[in-house]
Write a protein that binds this ligand. Sequence first.
Ligand code: G1P
Length: 288
Amino acid sequence: MQRIRKAVFPVGGLGTRFLPATKAMPKEMLTVVDKPLIQHAVEEAQAAGIEQFIFVTGRNKSPIEDHFDYSFELEQILVEREKLKELASLRSWVPGVGRVAYTRQQQAKGLGHAVWCARDLVGDEPFAVVLADDLVLSGTPCLRQLIDVHERTGGNVVAIMEVPRAETCRYGVLAVGDDDGRLAKVTSLVEKPAPDEAPSTLSIIGRYVLLPQVFAHLERQAPSAGDEIQLTDSLARMIGTAPFHGLRFEGTRFDCGTKIGFLKANVAFAMTRPEIAEELGDFLKSIV
Ligand code: G1P
């Protein structure tokens, strides 16, 4: 079985829900505590063993490229001022030379189209997709949990969780067969169904391990929900041709595509930091 070496990060979205914060700054650069969302996503992938980082970008996304580059002037100043701890924390997570690739999604045609844009960079091997909007606080990195399953079952693997029925219209939603309460065999899936049409409330969150065959399906894919080319539709077409599982991952997921999810993520991640947790906890108690 081929190892999962590459991860695709679709970062072309406009971030209109966070205007005006995202007027001149990519939404992926919004910070949870002291790291941009996209850095949280990349660090999760690194901890899961990913070696190649493929960003599918769009207009006005160059701060993301700068973030994953060396910053010569800044590093020089830190050396001169002997701030070696800060220097180390600036370098440790930057992928090595040649480990990052960027391609532009020239038109906003949906998640499936964004993933398809990475087809030549991924090539003919299974790969991961990580959506930075979905931030997961967990012991074992969420993507690692998916890769562990893929190594046992092969095929496509998606991270899933139960959502309130009223919210199925925001997710890819599964119908499942064999289900041991953690891992479920996917029998069908549909993008953003209305609550009364959803096959279940088991929904995909933004972590995927996918077979490269998905690209051929994406290539032929017509736009559907929201007039976008949906990844979900191509995954549905692969059912029966390869194993396909949904994993109820261990961890807490924050929907950082919404203000409330983003704020909760900030509080939850801050509470894991010993230097902030106590004072923040006292403050929160005092204001609620
Ligand atoms: C995308 C996918 C959807 C998935 C969701 C997870 O939707 O299309 O299937 O459930 O991410 O966050 P988006 O949030 O981009 O509308």
